[in-house]
Write a protein that binds this ligand. Structure first.
Ligand code: HEM
Length: 366
């Protein structure tokens, strides 16, 4: 199966990579009293381990040579192949506060997200000093990677929040468009061309961050039981797209370009101006585009006995302000708001891929 390189790429793994089937997203806080050297050594260890894991190798011996030894790798991925694993490491705003003496190296666009209209954020599922996005086509390979990264960092970090995603809700090059838990195709008009990646995703002229990107993560709860009671024609009105084909309501095929100005006989717009796609489309936002690389998630059943599920929304973009701008509009008038709430949030700077023999964000410590 597929193996992706960790080293010697210009851009970080797990962004332009065609979305794998599963994703575990986890954030960590540096423990009180840790130093810049602890952070540096953690990033070096995580980088070396990520390269091993992505090559389907254990991160050390599973069976120690002595009878009193503890295993280094926990073992549950032995015999499994790489399953397209990628590890993507992000740095939160906390890394650049006073603790590590790195305040003057902060990427200039890495500012805490402002509060947004749709926010109902839970601090227990928001923020973190470091983020780890692990994606693979096998959930066991995903979990093994996250577990072992967490394990080797126990001396300097504590876990903060996590979401386990399945059923990728975005398409990469050549992939069929998958569906989110509202049953609609998701990722139809996503960034796909290298020119658009250069223009909208990769950080330019950004010093040590050049070639990296920013990661915006939102845990968005979806009230799927209420949604399922809604007429499909209303659901289509909410998105501005058909449910079966995913076509814009002004077209017949999924990839037809939506015509936002088109009017019905009664004079109203065919694609409602408050539909999700009308609000989010680049035509209506000064050309802004973001890469969406989301996954579906479920947390089982909530305290009201209802299905607890939603979208692990992950976006990559070279200016987090673009997300803020879109979300201000969506949060204010998206017809979908009745059915969703944003309960978790994080913003991270994702450095470019390291060269072999080096590690993620090494330049920060020069
Ligand atoms: C498009 C679902 C949240 C930005 C779409 C589409 C669906 C969808 C079905 C149409 C197909 C496509 O082009 O991909 C959802 C769901 C969400 C959600 C279920 C939450 C539970 C968001 C958020 C943002 C966003 C938070 C950004 C702030 C976009 C953009 C498009 C889009 C930019 C493309 C619009 C176009 O160019 O036509 N979304 N979305 N979405 N969504 Fe979302």
């Amino acid at each position: 199966t597929t193996q992706h390189p960790f080293y010697d790429e210009v851009h970080p793994a797990g962004v332009q990579t065609p979305p794998q089937r599963y994703c575990i997203f986890m954030t960590f806080d540096m423990t009180a009293g840790t130093t810049a050297t602890d952070l540096q050594s953690l990033l070096a260890r995580w980088s070396a381990a990520s390269a091993q894991l992505m090559a389907a190798r254990p991160v050390g011996q599973v069976r120690p040579t002595s009878d009193v030894g503890v295993g280094r790798d926990t073992g549950e991925a032995l015999g499994l192949d790489a399953a397209g694993l990628t590890v993507t490491i992000g740095l939160g705003t906390g890394i650049f506060d006073h603790r590590f003496g790195l305040a003057n190296r902060r990427p200039h666009l890495l500012n805490a997200l402002p509060s947004l209209p749709s926010d109902n954020l839970d601090t227990a599922s928001s923020d973190g000093d470091l983020s780890v996005q692990v994606c693979a086509d096998d959930p066991q390979v995903c979990y093994h990677a996250v577990r072992n990264l967490a394990r080797m960092a126990r001396d300097v970090v504590q876990t903060r929040w996590t979401v386990m995603g399945f059923g990728r809700a975005s398409a990469g090059k050549g992939q069929q468009t998958p569906r989110n838990l509202f049953g609609f195709k998701d990722g139809t008009r996503n960034i796909s061309t290298p020119a658009d990646f250069d223009r909208h995703v990769w950080a330019r002229d950004a010093g040590w961050m050049t070639g990296g990107t920013y990661q915006v993560v939102r845990k968005i709860e979806m009230n799927i039981e209420i949604w399922d009671a809604d007429r499909v024609s209303d659901q289509e009105h909410i998105f501005g797209r058909g449910k079966s084909e995913g076509q814009p309501l002004t077209g017949t095929a999924e990839h037809d370009t939506p015509r936002f100005a088109e009017k019905a006989k009664d004079g109203t717009a065919v694609i409602a101006p408050t539909s999700h796609i009308a609000l989010a489309a680049h035509e209506n936002n000064d050309g802004i585009k973001i890469l969406r690389r989301s996954y579906n998630y479920t947390d089982g059943i909530n305290r009201f006995g209802q299905l607890d599920a939603g979208l692990l929304f992950i976006a990559y973009l070279n200016d987090p302000g673009h997300f803020v701008r879109l979300q201000r509009k969506l949060g204010a008038s998206d017809l979908m708001n009745e059915y969703i709430q944003h309960v978790g949030s994080g913003l991270f700077a994702v450095p470019p891929a390291p060269k072999r023999g080096h590690y993620v964000a090494e330049e920060l410590f020069r």
